[in-house]
Design a binder for this molecule. Sequence first.
Ligand code: SF4
Length: 579
Amino acid sequence: MLLFLNCSQFFQSFDMVSKTAEQMLGIFPMSEYETIIKESHEALRLAAEQFEAGTLPPDSLKKVSAPLGIYQQSNGLFMARIRVPGGFLTPALMRKIAQIAKLHGAGFLHLTTRQDVQAHGLKPLALYPFVRDCTESGLPFRGGGGDTFRNIICSDGAGMSPDAVFDIFPHVMALNNFLLRYQRAYSLPRKFKPGFSSSSHDEQFAKLQDLGFSAHTLHGKHGFTVYGGGGMGRVSAPGVLLFDFLPEDQILKCAAAMVNLFDEHGDRSDRSRARIRFIVAKMGHDAFRSLFLDYFAKTDAPLAEIASTPLYLRETKVPQTVKSASENQAFREWLSHASRPSRGAGPEPCCELSFFPKNGNLSPDDFSGMASLAEECGVLIVQVSRRQRLIFPALPSCALPFVHESLLGSRFSARLDAAGLDGLFTSCIGASVCKIGMLDAPSIACAAAAGLERFLASWDGGAPDQLRQKLLSSVRFSGCHNSCGVHLTSALGFQGLKRKVNDEMKELCRVFVARHAENSTLSEPVEGLEVPVANVPAVICSIVADYASSDAFRHGQSFADFVCSATKERIAALAAQSQ
Ligand code: SF4
């Protein structure tokens, strides 16, 4: 299985392309790639030593560290981003990450909305050994940050999700292996974010990538609807439709064409307008599409060799529990929000199971503990989800009582079973850690969760846990316009900002609402509505109370649909009432 291979073995599929051909296609030969990796690590080592000695300023260190996905935090320590294509990890890799993080003094691991695993709290001199050890374990750092291609993301559950058209795991790996060695993907005008969605239900997020692939079949053949030039940030835009159907073996050529186009047409004079979506805005959709198709026609790249779908499960004797968990109310509630159907193949019925680290943060020991739990249940692939959960895409249902008992016992230092809302809204890491951020999104999200829990405690309109689940999937937070908390993809989103009002710097949140719960691309700001941070809980509670007392709620409409159908004036009025 691909994920058990080490870094060099990842590239075996390219051995059939001769070195000369590789060079002609712009693909680093393996030896050159390894040299570049070593040189970038060596440069990091030197820069970190000079920084520690006080002879190199932070900005100069950043020039070396950012392309490796390493950034200084607000507290002066460092974050190192481990790119995890598709969020897919084996238990062995998880344990390795935990071991390396612990060895080099990382305080905690953070799961990002782009399915990376970030190690936080590293000291400068720990950076080089951390990167070296991860790379030797098959987790190359190149492209974790800077003006390079970023982690390739994919739908939660991947091929095990019942609505998946087919398993996109092999496609994510094929594209990652290709781009890692594609020379032009490393000196782009700005970052380049690719992604795959496995079903039409999830096509929305493929539209929000610089290059997004949404799985489809045509006459029984696998392929993708392809979008380009989408993204979120200070200026956000959905992507342009590039192909209704692209055969799966053309994905490398498609990515190479987009990288080449970006390399030659991106605005290198203005970083704030350098992303592909600004090329689209300048040219218009039709001209961009036609430019892309020209690049596609003239780009040479190997056909993608799509490996077979990996094994998600092995047969194992699942440990037995002492209690009859199925009679337990807490167990049933946990199942209702943590599990959903899975296609998992095996002799036993299977489910997909989610684990909910608070604010997406886990200690290295708990991360390693999750690896052990997966192994004990026969789970071969664990996924970091876009909602900052850990997922077992396929778990034998008979293992559920054992997993539940493991979560409630002393095995983990933190709750991972999602009892309540605290720490479970999707949010970015926030400005208490992120140096370029505005506000601390996790603490805003936690304050909102606390306010909602108070509301739910006095609410007698139904099952609070069901309402919690509706809210968790519909409300998101970002600490600034960079939108790392993907608030623009939720029904109700909050974006932090600071603004001077009467000579006083105020901490505010801009409120975003989606127009359509299904198939919308981006939510929109409620014009003129900027809520003081302290009032965010009251604003959310006011909107939720309006929903919970509405006919829409009584008739079973989701919270997302309710927010989408409410006028912006209504949202603004509710916000005003609550303040
Ligand atoms: S959204 Fe802003 S605050 Fe949050 S992680 Fe991204 S850059 Fe930092």
